[in-house]
Design a binder for this molecule. Structure first.
Ligand code: ADP
Ligand code: MG
Length: 348
C-alpha cells in the first residue's frame, strides 16, 4: 500500500481528532491553520501556519500532501478551488459553496423535498417587516455563523430597531420552532449508495451551543427512519465523500425539519469514539483516503457532555470512573463559550 499524506485545513478540536484517527490508520497528517497556536499541531505529524488566502502558504501546504480535507466548512470557496487545482479536496469544494450559505443550503434541501423551517432572504429592515409572519423568529447571517454567532432572536417586530442589525451582511429570517427535541444524524458516504450511518443522536443546546448528546435518542421509529433517509438522500445528491452531519428539529407535533447540514465531522458525533467500533473521524479518514469501508457497529450506548469555558478546570485532575472518557482539546486560553473539551460516559 502506498503511504498517504493527508492535509487537513483547520487545527481546532475536529482537526485534532481527525489527525488522531488518521494516526491509528498509519496515515500521515499535515494541518494547515491560520492560528499559529491551534492545538491541532500537537496531534498532527506536521503543521503549517498561515493566512488562508496566502498563495505561498497554500503552495507550501499542498506541496507536502497527497490530498486535502477540512475540519470546518467556512473556508472561502475561492481558496478551496485554488487548493483543489493543486491537490484534490474531499469533500469537493462545490458542496461547500452550497452549504456555506444558509440561503442556498435551505433552497437546496427544499428542492429535494426535505422540509426546513420557513425562511426568507433578508437585506434590510423593510424585508423583516414584510415577513412578519416569521416572527417570533431568528435572524441569521447567511454565512460564517457557528455556535449561535451572527444570530438575532426577534420576538416582536418593534424590537428590530434596538437590535442594531448590521445590514452590510445578508441574512435569512427563520421562524422560531417550538422545539420538542433536537437530533442529528451522522453519515459517512464512501461512494454511490455506499455508506455507514450512525443512529440518530439526541442533542441539547444551551445558549445555542451544544451542551449534551446521547444515544439512543428517545424518538419514535418513524422519526428514526425519516431522519436517516433524509441524510442518505442529502449525501447522495451532493455526491458527498466523507462524514457529514444533518441537524434536525422536532416540533411539538412531531414534525421533522432539517436545521442545517455540516459537511464535516460534528460535535454531536464525539461519542462515537467510545460507543462504536469505528468513530465518525475514522470513517471520514477511511472514506476520503479511499480505504476499506468496514461495517460500523454500536458497542455501547453513551452520553457526551461538552466542557465549555471553565467547565474544563473541574476535569483536568479528576479521577474518572471506568466508563468515563475525558478529552482535553488543549486550547491555550480558557474563554467563556469556548469548547474546551468533552466527557463521554458509556452506558449499558
Ligand atoms: P449554528 O450554525 O450556530 O450551529 P444553528 O442554526 O444550528 O446555528 O442554531 C443553533 C441552535 O439555536 C440550534 O441548535 C437551536 O437550538 C437554536 N435554533 C436555531 N434556529 C432555531 C429556530 N428556527 N427555532 C428554534 N430554535 C432554533
Ligand atoms: Mg447548528
Amino acid at each position: 500500500m502506498t503511504k498517504i499524506t493527508l492535509g487537513i485545513i483547520g487545527g481546532g478540536q475536529l482537526g485534532s481528532m481527525l489527525a488522531t484517527a488518521a494516526k491509528k490508520l498509519k496515515i500521515k497528517t499535515i494541518i494547515f491553520s491560520d492560528d499559529s497556536n491551534s492545538p491541532g499541531q500537537i496531534f498532527s505529524d506536521e503543521f503549517v501556519s498561515g493566512d488562508y488566502n496566502d498563495l505561498s502558504k497554500i503552495k507550501e501546504f499542498t506541496s507536502k500532501v497527497d490530498l486535502i480535507t477540512f475540519e470546518f466548512e467556512n473556508i472561502p470557496y475561492e481558496t478551496l478551488k485554488k487548493l483543489n487545482d493543486l491537490k484534490k479536496v474531499i469533500p469537493k469544494p462545490e458542496i461547500n459553496k452550497i452549504i456555506q450559505n444558509r440561503l442556498s443550503e435551505k433552497d437546496f434541501l427544499n428542492s429535494l423535498g426535505i422540509k426546513t423551517t420557513d425562511y426568507k432572504f433578508i437585506q434590510n429592515q423593510e424585508d423583516i417587516k414584510k415577513n412578519s409572519n416569521l416572527i417570533p423568529g431568528i435572524l441569521k447571517t447567511c454565512t460564517l455563523g457557528y455556535d449561535g454567532k451572527g444570530q438575532y432572536k426577534i420576538n416582536k417586530l418593534d424590537e428590530i430597531e434596538k437590535l442594531k442589525i448590521n445590514f452590510q451582511q445578508k441574512y435569512i429570517l427563520e421562524k422560531l420552532v417550538n422545539l420538542k427535541k433536537e437530533i442529528s444524524v451522522i453519515i459517512t458516504r464512501f461512494g454511490k449508495q455506499k455508506y455507514e450511518i450512525y443512529e440518530p443522536i439526541e442533542n441539547e443546546h444551551s445558549d445555542q451551543i451544544l451542551k449534551f448528546s446521547k444515544i439512543p435518542a428517545k424518538i419514535d421509529q418513524t422519526i428514526i427512519n425519516n431522519s436517516k433517509d433524509a441524510a442518505k438522500k442529502i449525501s447522495e445528491e451532493l455526491d458527498y465523500v466523507g462524514t457529514l452531519c444533518v441537524e434536525y428539529f422536532i416540533d411539538n407535533n412531531d414534525n421533522l425539519y432539517v436545521n442545517e447540514v455540516a459537511p464535516r465531522v460534528h460535535n454531536s458525533g464525539h461519542l462515537t469514539i467510545n460507543s462504536h467500533n469505528i468513530s465518525q473521524f475514522e470513517n471520514h479518514i477511511r472514506a476520503v483516503c479511499n480505504l476499506e469501508k468496514k461495517e460500523t457497529k454500536k458497542i455501547f450506548n453513551a452520553e457526551m457532555i461538552n466542557l465549555i469555558g471553565e467547565d474544563i478546570l473541574l476535569y483536568k485532575n479528576k479521577k474518572l470512573n471506568e466508563n468515563e472518557f475525558f478529552f482535553d482539546y488543549k486550547k491555550k486560553d480558557v474563554k467563556p463559550k469556548r469548547k474546551m473539551g468533552h466527557l463521554t460516559i458509556l452506558k449499558d
